[in-house]
Design a protein around this ligand. Structure first.
Ligand code: MN
Length: 213
């Protein structure tokens, strides 16, 4: 359940999909090849952390990273959605952080193992309220820690645009109302520790603040 801005209603979440390597500069900082297309992975919907709730530092990691992301919330779905029709399925947008156990992700990558423990842990997806609206934002996406800027990008720099992400995802899954899609992060990902105050924002969507405890 994620709150909806300006309403008593909540958004009942069904699935959480995430896009990996959707900004060229982040793909480079993660050691990716410029010809590698973005790809999908998942998070459990019970890993979402609503606004105003503290985030516990997760177990089994010494390298918890922040990834600020635009999140798309769907009001409907289907299979094989055309790019031209994709925005008809958008309920609104939120600000999310794809928290990542980067050390476990590095081990998983090296061994060819899945990313579930690196990406899909408890409280791994802090999210803001959803702002209703169909049109994707086009402004800045940013994150700071304790007031120090860490990530600063532009939504326009996404490799797959919001309509393209919806179309690509619908080739792999039947999308439906309640689905959230984290759309990838710009460069500047780095570690956070207990006590850090994380502030993320997407221009035209909103802001998200939480503390690691
Ligand atoms: Mn991410």
């Amino acid at each position: 359940m994620v709150p909806v801005e300006g309403a008593d209603a909540v958004f009942p979440v069904r699935r959480v999909l995430c896009v990996g390597r959707n900004y060229a500069a982040h793909r480079r900082e993660m050691g990716g090849d410029d010809r590698d297309p973005p790809f999908f992975f998942g998070k459990p919907s019970d890993g979402l952390v609503p606004p105003g709730v503290e985030v516990p530092y997760p177990s089994a990691t010494a390298d918890l990273h922040h990834e600020i992301e635009l999140v798309v919330a769907l009001k409907s779905g289907g299979r094989d959605i055309a790019v031209a029709d994709a925005l008809d399925h958008v309920f609104g947008y939120a600000v999310g952080v794809d928290l990542t156990r980067r050390d476990l992700q590095a081990v998983a990558k090296a061994k060819g193992q899945p990313w579930d423990a690196a990406k899909g842990f408890d409280a791994s997806a802090p999210i803001s309220a959803i702002r209703p609206g169909r049109a994707p934002p086009q402004g800045a996406i940013s994150l700071s820690v304790n007031g120090q800027p860490r990530q600063a990008g532009q939504i326009a720099d996404m490799i797959w645009s919001v309509p393209e992400i919806i179309a690509e995802a619908s080739k792999l899954w039947a999308l439906a109302a309640g689905d959230l899609i984290f759309t990838g992060t710009p460069e500047g990902v780095a570690a956070i520790v207990r006590g850090d105050r994380v502030e993320g924002a997407v221009e035209g969507v909103g802001a998200l603040t939480f503390t690691i405890v």
